[in-house]
Ligand binder design. Structure first.
Ligand code: NAD
Length: 364
């Protein structure tokens, strides 16, 4: 298979490793080309990966005739995603775009429509934490009726200092500039959070009832542009494809003066389940009532995660392109999850509710 990576920055290196790993595991012959407008970045990339063919112009890299299984990975800052994705689609290639998919809902829809029209797949790297054994266990308990009717999900991931562009990857200051990043911690980590919830609970429509975005200050704040949020909260009312509507209380921070906190909890009328979908261990806690008292059973998920989460977008998307079963979020599903994120910003800005429906992203 032929892979074309646009952007030779931090995440592009992980994509090359993922492609190499996937190719060996699947006995597939793969070639990798990479393009970056920054020649110093490109030079250092080629030192690390001498087998990768390097280009300073993405257009020149994509000029050769396309083959149906070609994949272009857009691994640049968000303000370039739409233009580069459209360029790759126009060149007749499937596109796996880094998260966040786009800068706003209009851009995301334009990208999906172009992919649909060209008969290629568009996927988003928000799928990094999908298909994991721990989420499957939670789903199994829910479908077995262990928690009864779900009425509330609490999804809280609060870190005190983990701002991309400051504490993490300080060389990439674009993370702090809304005109380049599209948003702050919500666009950085929210794609994973919402994709996880979407996979687990099979959303059909989401109303963002209210939301807020704040930038707590520190004495290490850079003097360059810094106009994104580092702490976000939202109250979502969700209709799933099956079952009753439920609430999602969502909160994420990469900077707060409050306490660090990680809680993912699903509360139903008969029981509640808590688990850590990221790197927090392999236990699922189920609490139900026994003789009027809460009783907790701890399930240890023995099945190992088969893939490095950072490799999953390439693995899942390559499988989808080859017509194999895959948890990949592509086409309107990728746009739907993105639109919920964009809807949270819209609601925070307008102070009003914003409704996002799955049918709203059906491509004509
Ligand atoms: N760094 C991470 O850990 C990480 C993890 C997951 C996802 N991502 C996502 O990946 C994307 C890239 O992030 P990064 O951390 O690799 O950024 P980075 O700053 O390390 O690299 C971005 C690269 O894109 C290049 N570039 C910009 N415009 C270009 C264009 N028009 N054509 C070709 N190259 C261009 C830049 O020169 C730069 O080398 C972002 O959407 C980010 O959210 C990053």
């Amino acid at each position: 298979m032929r892979f074309y990576i646009i952007g030779a920055g931090a995440i592009a290196r992980t994509h090359v490793q993922a492609i190499q790993h996937w190719s060996v595991n699947n006995n597939v012959d793969s070639s990798i080309k990479v393009a970056d407008v920054n020649l110093a970045v490109l030079d250092s990339f080629v030192v690390g990966f001498p087998d990768v063919e390097a280009y300073s112009d993405p257009g020149a890299m994509l000029a050769e005739p396309a083959q149906p299984e070609d994949i272009v990975i857009v691994a640049t800052p968000p303000f370039t995603h739409k233009g580069l994705a459209l360029q790759a689609i126009a060149a007749g290639r499937n596109v796996l775009c880094e998260k966040p998919l786009a800068m706003n809902r209009t851009e995301a829809l334009e990208m999906a429509e172009a992919a649909e029209k060209a008969g290629v797949l568009l996927g988003c790297c928000s799928m990094r934490f999908l298909g994991s054994p721990i989420t499957k266990k939670v789903s199994e308990l829910m479908h077995a009726g262990c928690i009864g009717d779900l009425y509330q999900v609490t999804f809280v991931q609060k870190t005190r200092r983990g701002r991309s562009g400051i504490e993490y990857q300080p060389q990439s200051r674009w993370f702090l500039d809304r005109s380049k990043a599209g948003g702050g911690t919500l666009f950085d980590w929210g794609p994973y959070d919402l994709a996880l919830l979407y996979e687990l609970l099979d959303w059909d429509a989401v109303e963002v009832k209210g939301a807020w975005c704040v930038s707590p200050q520190t004495e290490a704040d850079p003097v360059t542009v810094m106009d994104v949020e580092f702490h976000v909260g939202a109250q979502l009312s969700v209709k799933a494809r099956a079952g009753n509507p439920f609430w999602v209380q969502y909160e994420r921070s990469s900077c707060t003066h409050g306490k660090e906190m990680q809680l993912v909890q699903l509360e139903g009328k008969k029981g509640a389940v808590t688990f850590s979908p990221y790197w927090g261990g392999n236990e699922v806690h189920l609490t139900v009532d026994v003789n009027g008292q809460p009783e907790t059973t701890v399930y240890t998920v023995e099945e190992q995660e088969p893939n490095d989460p950072m490799h999953k977008p390439v693995i899942f998307f390559a499988d989808a392109v080859r017509g194999q079963n895959s948890p990949a979020l592509v086409q309107s599903e990728a746009v739907f999850v993105f639109n919920v994120l964009a809807g949270i910003y819209e609601s925070a800005q307008s102070g009003t509710a914003v409704e996002i429906t799955r049918s709203g992203v059906d491509i004509a």
